[in-house]
Design a binder for this molecule. Sequence first.
Ligand SMILES: [Zn+2]
Ligand SMILES: [Zn+2]
Length: 156
Amino acid sequence: MTDFILDLATLKPSLDRVEIEAPAREVELPASEWRGLVRASLRVEKSGSRVSVRGTVASSATLECVRCLNEFELTVEAPLTIFADQSGRSDRREEAELERDDYMLFHDGRRLDLRESVRELLLLELPITPHCREDCPGLCPSCGADLSVGPCGCTA
Ligand SMILES: [Zn+2]
Ligand SMILES: [Zn+2]
């Protein structure tokens, strides 16, 4: 499959394995940071109108190191668990609450849209203060040279 909107009719009746590979823009991640593909390896179980999706999503993000300001690529992988049911079985306010508090999704009986969940999962994996590596020495406070390249000659 090439997108993150599951077509429920094409899934095998009880359990199906779904591999998805799509450009990051497909899940509306900014292409400046997310330059590669988003991959998902999922087990999808259907039982009546209920659908459960379990697996992992992975991609890589290009981030700027907070110490040396160099760009680096971070591989991001996150477990995904989604429970979905057909909409219209409870009232809409209740559905909105379930979506927010219990990470429950609703589908229209034909398609289950995973894009928002996948996007949020990947964004949550990004560090608040990205480091190109754990011990990045950063920039020299006096001359601004990149100390990961080598000593700059200042004696700090
Ligand atoms: Zn760095
Ligand atoms: Zn220096």
